[in-house]
Design a protein around this ligand. Sequence first.
Ligand code: HEC
Length: 642
Amino acid sequence: MERKSWVRAAVAVMALAMAAMGQHGQWVTFGHDAQRSGWARDEHAFTPANVGRMGLAWSAALPVQPRALTALTAPLVVNGEVIVAGASDHVFALDAAAGRVLWTRALPISRKMPGPPSWLCPNNLNATPVADPAHDRLFVLASDGRLNTLSLRDGRPLLPPLRFVPAYAKDWSLNYAGGMLYTTTSQDCNGAHSAVYAMNPDAPGHEVTVFWSAQNCPQGGFCGAGIWGRGGVAADGDCSIYAATGDAAFDPGANEFGSSVLRLSMSLALQDYFTPADWKYLTDKDLDIGNSTPVIFPWQGRTLAAVGGKGAVVYLLDAHALGGPDHHRGLYLSPRIGNDAQLWELYGIWGEMSAWRDAHGQTWLLVPLWGPTASAWQAPRENGPAPDGSVVAFRVVRGEDGGARLAPAWRSANLNVPDPVAIAGGVVFALATGEDTRQAMHPVSLEELARNHYRQVIEKRQDLQAGHAELLALDGETGRTLWSSGATISGWTHFSGTVVGAGKVFVTTHDGRVFAFGLGGDAQPVAPAAAPAASVNQPPAPAPAAASGEAKGGGGALCGWAKETFAAVCANCHGADGKGYAALHTPDFTDAGWQAAHSDAQLVGAITHGLRQEGYMPAFGTSYSAAQIDALARCAVRSFAR
Ligand code: HEC
């Protein structure tokens, strides 16, 4: 039964593709299909033997205004067109063969932006659109939360915009499966709590159904359980959809599902869930698994789901019995493959895994991993050192008990912050985004603090970016690099994805460009890119033992010095008002309860030796004298309580 519907779905996709494109495939939704496989099984241009001849076919600059880290969504490839949506509510269709703009559409916006965009809440068009070629229509979710239905042919609106999610929510890729449209929300941006949204675009009334993943929100506060996989939900072709949630409590009785994988019906009734047994550890350490949409794929007559997270464990699940009877047991949990430090930024699995089947019937799972692999873990074949990130490949194999297992196969060459991959013709196309993903937690020098570097990281991460993206073609069997775009791609990109269709590979960048690579390589290179960025994920040198405040110390002046130093150095992370930043895990010094719970000795200890509980608090013991540190605790930290 499951198998049958998979075969039916595959046959339908093949027939559509063959009719429309001959030997070339389409890519109509994030991750190629509703299952988010990343596998362009209908694209036949590429083989491991010919990708060495790849080159830039064209690049096009589009007039889009970036919002914080975002500019263009991952592309779609439909009917020989490349379609991308821009953060500033624009949609562009380009001729896939030559890069000529065929049509553009500025979406009508009904509500004013509530404030300036920030990287956590970009107030943008964030969801990758989805195409429905059978009905010549494209669904696009605008920043104001309204669903736009456009003609694929010329971008003409086919319906007035329909309210779908709250305005300026942070929503993720649309999915269209079984006649239903889905999206998800995260980060509680502008009061939009984490949820899955569904709508039948053809039903009269366009009723919207919602499933909230977290319930116990503090008054007006942050609920968590964000469903922030770029792919939104995945669908299995059997009328169920799957979502992974981020940090929050887990309390099924109260409908509170942090750090879980959920299976919902088309009408968003909860059918099943998987919650790792160590969910509390994951949530406490901010290692959420909600940052990757589960990939759904067939294996030996069963339907499997795979998901990862910042903790760098791969969870392999039976899609139709997610966590077993107690909801905590998956089919197979990999050893930790990365993020030795178990930090909440820079490392681990960020973004969707992909699944494909080779000509011998072997099923593969491909995992994009940020940062180095774990010191205690090795792939049988490694393709050189990979300090900044890599793609890790597993074979799906039968274990001794007959169930599915993962067997490590290879690890790619270094990829400076990899995006989810695309697979076509036995070739794995992997994109190193070139993004500097630091949010806060790297050892920092007083000089950096004095330059307000931290405040910039919190407020303007996009302005600190200096890298550029690089596309690699890897041999699907061995991970060997067959071809690289080198310095051809001029800009970096954030949370995007590689796309294959119409005989080409497409990439979008933050500077508003679309790059198309194909066989033949007869095109002109674009303007030379900057030199490859150094390992941006390597922490900079530790703070020097300089004593910038030493001379100003002494007597009653110490209190004044402490206040000045707090404003110049500490406020970078604690805020000038002492209230802290959620993104940095800094405490709220104005909270009387917090003050009462912390002794003077504790404050002095933390300032002297640093603290790495939930965030990163640097040690100042080598920079300031004991008297100065005492003054920082007494005159600065304590002053917020009064
Ligand atoms: C790079 C960011 C950063 C800077 C700069 C910084 N802090 Fe912190 N601080 C933190 C974080 C994050 C925490 C919470 C640490 C945790 O829970 O792991 C913290 C916690 C603290 C605490 C509470 C310790 C406890 O026991 O809970 C005090 C007191 C403190 N900082 C004082 C200071 C002072 C004084 C300065 C300036 C000299 C300063 N901090 C500079 C990030 C920073």
